[in-house]
Each structure stands twice: as C-alpha cells, then as structure tokens.
Write a protein that binds this ligand. Structure first.
Ligand SMILES: Cc1cc2nc3c(=O)[nH]c(=O)nc-3n(C[C@H](O)[C@H](O)[C@H](O)COP(=O)(O)OP(=O)(O)OC[C@H]3O[C@@H](n4cnc5c(N)ncnc54)[C@H](O)[C@@H]3O)c2cc1C
Length: 392
C-alpha cells in the first residue's frame, strides 16, 4: 500500500483568490481522499471494481450535488467549490471524479433544473447522500458525438410511456438505482425520463475489458418495452439543449478535475526527481528533467488561471458553452501530456502501480474522449469564433 505524500502546488498564489470556505472545502476533500481512497485505489483499479463503500463518504464531503440547494439535500455551494472538490477527487483518480460528476451534473442537475417539484423532492435528497446513485444515458452504440441522431424512443400509453432502445458507455449504470435517459417522443423531440431499477424490461449489463477508468463501473442501458409513468418525464425542458446543458455542468467539473490529475503527476515526478540518483547526482539537477518540470508547472498554472476565471463566470451565470469547451479541452490535453512526460521521468518505475502516474495516464484517455471528444471541442471553439458549423 502506497502512502499518499501529495502536496498542492500553487505557483501563482491562487489560494489568495479563494474564500476561507472554499479552502476549507478543498482541504476537507483532500484529507478524506488521502485517508479513505488513496490506500485502496490501486487495488480497485487492478480488480476493475468501483469501491462502493465510498459512496456515503462522497456524500458527506459534499461531492454529490455541491451546488444543489440545501432544501433538496445539496450543499448549496458555489461553482468554484464544486470545481475544487472535483479537482481533489481526480487528483486521486478520474474514475472517482467521474462517479461524482455523473451524480452531480448529469443526474441531480437535470432533475433540479428540468424536474417537477415532486421529482426534486423524491430523488434529490437521496442522491445527495449517496443512498441512491444515478446514471445518465445519452450515448448509443451508433450515436456518440452525434447524440441528436439517437434512436431510443417512446410511445404514449395512457398514464405511461413505453420505452425502447439501448444506451452504451454509461458510467455507474451497473449499480445505479435510477437512470436519467434521453429519448425521442412520437414527434421526434428529445425528452429526459427517470427510469428506475426494477422496472420490467430494463437491464444494465456491465461493460468489461477497459484499460482506462477501471475504478469506475461502465455499462449499458437496455430498454425492452419498459413502461415508465409519464410522471417520470422531466417537464421543464426538452430538445437536445436539455442534455447539452447537463454536459456544460459536467465539463466544467472535468476542467477542474484534470488539473488534479496533472498536479498528482507533477508532484510525483518532482519528488522522484529529487530522490533518484544517476551519474552521481539527483536527476532533478539535469537540465532536460528541469525543462519537463518547468513546463509542467507552467501549464498547470495557466490551467488554474483559466479555470478560476471560468468559475467566476459560471458563478455569475455568464460562462458560455464554448468557454467551458475550451477549458475542458485545454485542461485534459494538458493533463495527459503531463502524465506522459511524468511517466518518462520515473523511468521504468513509471509503469509500476507503486506510483499513480500510469493509472492517471490511462484514465485520461477516457476523459479526453467522453463528454465531447478533443476534436469535437475544437469544432465548438471553431464554430464559436467563425460562425461556421464544421460538424457536418
Ligand atoms: C469510460 C467512459 C464513460 C462514459 N460515460 C458516459 C455516460 O455516463 N453517459 C453517456 O451518455 N456517455 C458516456 N460515455 C460516452 C462518451 O461520451 C462517448 O464515447 C463520446 O461522446 C464519443 O462518442 P464515440 O465513442 O461514439 O465516438 P465517435 O463519435 O464515433 O467518434 C470517433 C472519432 O471521430 C471523431 N469525430 C466524430 N464526429 C466528428 C466530426 N463531426 N468531425 C470531426 N471528427 C469527428 C471523434 O472526435 C472521434 O475521434 C462514456 C465513454 C467512456 C469511454
């Protein structure tokens, strides 16, 4: 079992910009991760299991719906606090952050923003504590980057609808109690439905064989004539903009989370470089290794500044989808580059599970693909600055 020696790195005194409450929330999340998750994360990733015993703890540190109002069981925090919690979780493992992101931004957020009062009261408090876990079904086997082409659909039948179709690559699906599922109605318009485990014809097979995000469960959602009460349809928003609004919130969390993974790789490589002796000197004294470290902390610092400003804009309700896209794309790319460089700095030791770098590196291959691929985010920026849509 590895001792977690991580220390934060704050080259541009970003802490001066945080409130006392934000620092307390960040430090509490960091302490919980060090005590409860770091000792078991390598084994969970190796065995490819999500450590479910962590769910109440994630609820207790406010990782489930940090910005959901207190009246619905959330922590009522601001967006920067949400970001800081995601940073601390992904500092340990992207899979841990994924579980919290999905629950917060892809399940609680749509219920809070688009749900009825009865839906909010029924689901949000249990989701906030981790008693219930949710998942988000948008991607289909034949519709990933183009979710608007989905074929999952429902027809009305009295007070219910009958749902048919399949979703793939769904985080948390194998053990989730509920799924927020995006499906087309008879007119072809996309709506969100809350599907509960136990509804007849609804199954959630696990997807095995991932070399990435191994400590996060991924599965399918299969709907075979599932009867869902109309009362489970999210009434306040429909159309593709509804799921995309959830993705804005999740991508914002990923932009912060990726900084956490990068910090952990940098911190590990910096410490190792001071201890590892070659040619009679610590490798930290060689210019080539210093170049790697100097570029890492420069890129981390730029990402921290970008993301803090994005947090301010989001707190003011002014962050655009394109701004969030840019931050997600930049920060994940930054983190994966740092992970690859850091792995090389550890030489052969870099491939071992004694250090977290290889796990981060493999995890980030999912993070750079999900919630909009690296390419798709570039196209979003391109469309925003030119007014031309290059998707089709
Ligand atoms: C571990 C994991 C967990 C996930 N969790 C969830 C979840 O909880 N819920 C959910 O709904 N989904 C989830 N996803 C799915 C994820 O969002 C999709 O994988 C992603 O949107 C990409 O879709 P795709 O894999 O079908 O790739 P495709 O869309 O088939 O893309 C393949 C390649 O083509 C490129 N491409 C596609 N369109 C264009 C274009 N117009 N121009 C240029 N290049 C293009 C892409 O950039 C990519 O490189 C998860 C995925 C992973 C790996």
């Amino acid at each position: 079992m590895r001792t977690d020696l991580f220390q934060g790195h704050d080259y541009f005194n970003m802490d001066d910009l945080l409130t006392e409450e934000q620092k307390l929330i960040r430090d509490a999340a960091r302490a919980w991760v060090k005590q409860e998750v770091s000792p078991i994360i390598e084994e969970a990733a190796e065995k490819q299991v999500f450590p479910k015993h962590l769910l109440p703890g994630l609820g207790a540190i406010g990782a489930f719906g940090p910005y959901i109002p207190v009246e619905y069981g959330g922590a009522g925090l601001d967006q920067i606090s949400y970001g800081l919690i995601m940073q601390e979780l992904e500092r340990c493992d992207s899979g841990l952050r994924s579980t919290a992101s999905v629950q917060s931004s892809l399940v609680m957020y749509p219920i809070w923003k688009y749900g009825s009062e009865a839906q909010k009261t029924k689901y949000l408090p249990k989701l906030a504590t981790g008693e219930w876990i949710g998942c988000f079904g948008l991607t289909e086997p034949d519709h990933g980057s183009n979710p608007g082409g989905m074929i999952t659909s429902y027809v009305e039948d009295g007070d219910d609808v009958i749902l048919n179709g399949a979703k793939m690559w769904i985080s948390n699906s194998p053990f989730a109690q509920i799924a927020v599922v995006w499906a087309k109605n008879e007119e072809g318009r996309i709506h969100g439905l809350i599907v509960e485990r136990g509804m007849e014809g609804f199954t959630t097979p696990t997807m095995k064989g991932k070399w990435s995000l191994r400590a996060s469960d991924t599965g399918e959602l299969i709907f075979d004539n599932v009867r869902v009460p109309k009362a489970n349809i999210l009434p306040e928003k429909s159309g593709l903009g509804a799921p995309l609004g959830c993705l804005d919130s999740a991508r914002f969390g990923i932009a912060w989370g990726a900084i956490g993974a990068a910090l952990d790789c940098y911190d590990t490589a910096l410490r190792y470089s001071k201890e590892r002796i070659q040619f009679g000197k610590p490798i930290a004294s060689f210019q080539l290794q210093q170049k790697k470290l100097a570029e890492m902390i420069t890129e981390i610092t730029k990402a921290q500044l970008l993301t803090f400003r994005l947090g301010q804009l989001r707190n003011e309700g002014r962050a655009t989808t394109a701004q969030i896209s840019m931050a997600k794309r930049n920060n994940v790319d930054m983190a994966i580059t740092i992970a690859r460089e850091a792995r090389q700095m550890l030489g052969a030791m870099g491939i071992m599970n004694e250090y977290p770098i290889m796990r981060h590196m493999m995890n980030l291959e999912s993070v750079i693909t999900y919630e909009g691929t690296h390419d798709i985010h570039l196209l979003i920026t391109g469309m925003d600055i030119t007014g031309e849509n290059a998707f089709k």
